[in-house]
Design a binder for this molecule. Structure first.
Ligand code: GLU
Length: 448
């Protein structure tokens, strides 16, 4: 790929090279008596060879089709933007020690004004420089682990995050903050909840729905809330800190195994499902919302089990689903299947023979509900009861993605099906709630 003309190939690349232009230049294109002017944009590697993309004055990108009479010329080179963070604030004495580990996502991104794209570009230490209020809360240590969008993370990355968190706690961190893309933050939060147990200090995942250089960004508020919890919260659990409402009022602190991104873009996208919030940060104070939590300790002891088995699948049942899908997983060596069934925990009877075969060949099969709120109860209807007698494990009110992560974690620890079964049903990190929580808060606040 040509570094100055990323994504351009063939004829398009030839024309642009001959005109001595590069991405980011202001160019003029003339063809068939029409003139187009704009900033030359990069193209996706998957794009065709027959178009040149420019950002026109209105801010829209247009593709200009290549023709033999086309003429391209440079009007001006635009200065390439660069981000120079201010120097980090001075550490104040006597503050609790908090580590911020950055992994990427919007919270660590800036808009590239040449392309309009959001890129994971800034590190934990840049964030610290941009949000100097953090120095009034803690003595901050920063480390860049990844610079990735969270949909590109895999269970191997969860293991690396867990080991990094462990390293910082061993070195004396009194709380750890992980900046993370919001898309899969719930999965990572669940993964860390299982991989690091009996934590002595809080581990707080935080993200942002809008990047830090946009006026509407939620990054700074979320980060301040997260660092405050890491530094001072009385609990020692894996949590997610994000806006509770669309205004900057309060930061909700969700348990890592009970939280889900339930809106694509709003600042209050994250909700605790089938569980109340653990705490809220309001006016610089941490308000605990339950007495049932694992408390902070002064030692640096914990249990680290960072391995995950990737041959586990999450299968959403839908009317007419072909049972071949289940067979395929068994034939391809999958060791566990989490079903996201309908209602109280059902799949069509047509899938039963495949489920029986899967279980007979040693695959762990467990049931969650695609309803999201409420809990699986497979004793009510015949189909549920029959699935139970086939050996399907009911997972109560556990979120389907938490169940997936938990089974990956379990099968990363043991090959023994009996042990796996019993671990799956044991409440390890508050993934099962003892009481049902009515879903009043989430739908209400999502309405606006
Ligand atoms: N899809 C990206 C991610 O999850 C950006 C979204 C975000 O950070 O909110 O990393």
């Amino acid at each position: 790929m040509d570094e100055k003309l990323p994504g351009y190939r063939g004829e398009a690349l030839r024309i642009l090279k001959e005109a001595y232009v590069e991405v980011g230049d202001l160019i003029r294109i003339e063809k068939a008596g029409v003139t187009y002017e704009g900033i030359l944009m990069p193209r996706s590697e998957l794009g065709d060879e027959r178009h040149i993309t420019i950002k026109i004055r209105s801010g829209y990108n247009i593709g200009v089709r290549i023709t033999s009479d086309m003429r391209v010329e440079k009007k001006a080179s635009i200065a390439k933007p660069s981000f120079i963070p201010p120097p980090p604030p001075k550490q104040k004495p006597g503050m609790p020690r908090v580590t911020i580990i950055s992994t990427g996502g919007t919270i660590a991104s800036r808009v590239d004004y040449r392309t309009g794209a959001v890129r994971p570009a800034i590190s934990a230490s840049d964030l610290y420089s941009i949000v100097p209020e953090l120095s009034d809360i803690a003595a901050i240590d920063t480390e860049v682990l990844f610079s990735m969008f969270s949909e590109d993370l895999t269970p191997k990355h969860w293991s690396q995050i867990a080991m990094k968190v462990a390293e910082h706690i061993k070195r004396g961190a009194q709380g750890v903050v992980i900046t993370h893309g919001t898309d899969t933050m719930g999965y990572t939060a669940a993964a860390l909840s299982f991989a690091i147990q009996k934590l002595p200090v809080p581990v707080v995942l935080v993200g942002a729905q809008r990047s830090e250089d946009r006026p509407s960004s939620d990054a700074a508020e979320n980060l301040i809330g997260a660092v405050l919890c890491a530094a001072r919260a009385p609990f020692a659990e894996v949590v997610v800190a994000m806006h509770q409402t669309i205004s900057d009022e309060a930061i909700a602190i969700h348990r890592g195994t009970k939280v889900r991104k339930l809106h694509t873009s709003r600042r209050d996208a994250f909700k605790s499902v089938n569980s109340s919030l653990l705490a809220r940060v309001y006016n610089g104070e941490i308000i605990m919302l339950t007495d049932e939590y694992n408390g902070r300790r002064d030692d640096a002891e914990f249990i680290l089990k960072p391995d995950f088995e990737e041959k586990v699948a999450l299968i959403k049942f839908y009317p007419g689903m072909n049972p071949d899908i289940i067979d395929w997983h068994v034939q391809n060596g999958y060791k566990g299947i989490i079903l996201e069934g309908t209602g109280l925990g059902h799949v069509g009877r047509r899938c039963f023979p495949s489920i029986r075969k899967a279980i007979e060949s040693g695959v762990i099969v467990a049931m969650t509900s695609q309803c999201i709120w409420g809990r699986v109860n497979m004793n009510v209807y015949t189909n549920g009861r029959d699935l139970l007698s086939l050996g399907v494990i009911p997972l109560g009110d556990m979120l389907a993605e938490t169940a997936l992560v938990k089974l990956m974690w379990i099968l990363g620890q043991t090959d023994d099906p009996e042990e796996a079964r019993s671990l799956l049903m044991r409440n390890i990190a508050h993934e099962f709630s003892s009481r049902s929580v009515e879903p009043i808060e989430p739908p209400e606040s999502i309405k606006a």
